[in-house]
Design a binder for this molecule. Sequence first.
Ligand code: FEO
Length: 395
Amino acid sequence: MGKPITDRVTWVGKVDWELKRFHGDEYSTDHGSSYNSYLIRDGKTILVDTVWQPFEAEYIQALKDELDLAELDAIICQHAEIDHSGALAEIVRERPDIPIYCTANGVKIIKGMFHGDWNFQVVKTGDTIELESGTLTFVEAPMLHWPDTMFTYYSADEILFSNDGFGQHYASQFRYNDEVDQAELYREARKYYANILTPFSAQVTRKINEILALNLPLKMICPSHGVIWRENPAQIIEQYLKWADKFQQNQITIVYDSMWHSTRLMAEAIGSGISKADPSIEVKIFNAAKSDKNDILTEIFCSKAVLAGAYTINNGISYAISGLLEMVCGLKFKNKKAAAFGSYGWSGEGIKLVTEFLRRGGFEIVNDGIKQLWKPDEAALEQCSKFGEEFVKAL
Ligand code: FEO
């Protein structure tokens, strides 16, 4: 069932309440998600994006409840990832000649995904589709977050269709930002930025400034996931500019894995030392094997520094901490400092390996880290606490 957004625009997407993992296992979606698709009826009838493939059949049925597919004049495919392009093949099966507006990279990716040579209409920034009451203008947004991504501005209703940009993996019966719990909304928007858009922060800043310079009136931002920014849509633009600008709070995140609690004891003693040196710093401590990895990554995104701890096993480190650190490297955090710690029994390479990960991830390494043999005793824990104090002083 479609939900009218304006007199001319109808939301025809799918709310996915049960989604718990996204991008394979890369992203946890505690609050589900939605795949937002929009139908514009303004002289011509245009579909903006579709939904994820598993929902193709019910999406097409819901679309047919709205209109006869023969009435569709075109599809705008702003991004070819299959959570948005998943129903294209079925629509093309029923409407083989339907024009599909997308970027040149979009054509390559759609062909790679669907192996169909369809009626692609390649667009670039500034290209338009004239409708009865207004104009659809395309804005290429490469690497936000795929090479093919683009936005679409609809002048008649002053809407920016932003695809993944400004989205949230957030299932709700509500469609607008002013209807939902603000803390939940911002938690999901921040997690989304931290885990998906952080590597592309330079492009985020450039693209937002490019769009702001156009001085377009803006009533709504309609992303492809989560709720629509209707109340003060500029708020999420301003927030993105902050997140994209080497974001940090007065926070240090300590993350570790621990086989027999020795590295955990070190983590907590280091945390105590940090608080002793500067009680204003928020210290957050996570066991990488027990906490949600995307929540930890979001906390690292918010931190000015990170302490990563690992025990040594088989001349290496555990998969929980190495997997997390691999993701940390990929996210290319900026403007953050770090050091390593961990317990060991004999060879003790753990902290060296963690330090290498952190250096590869672009962190400024504050010191050589601290390691303790077997279970730390009182004296060892005192050393860890002092290490925490010294770490703060070195920031
Ligand atoms: Fe929501 Fe990049 O797909």
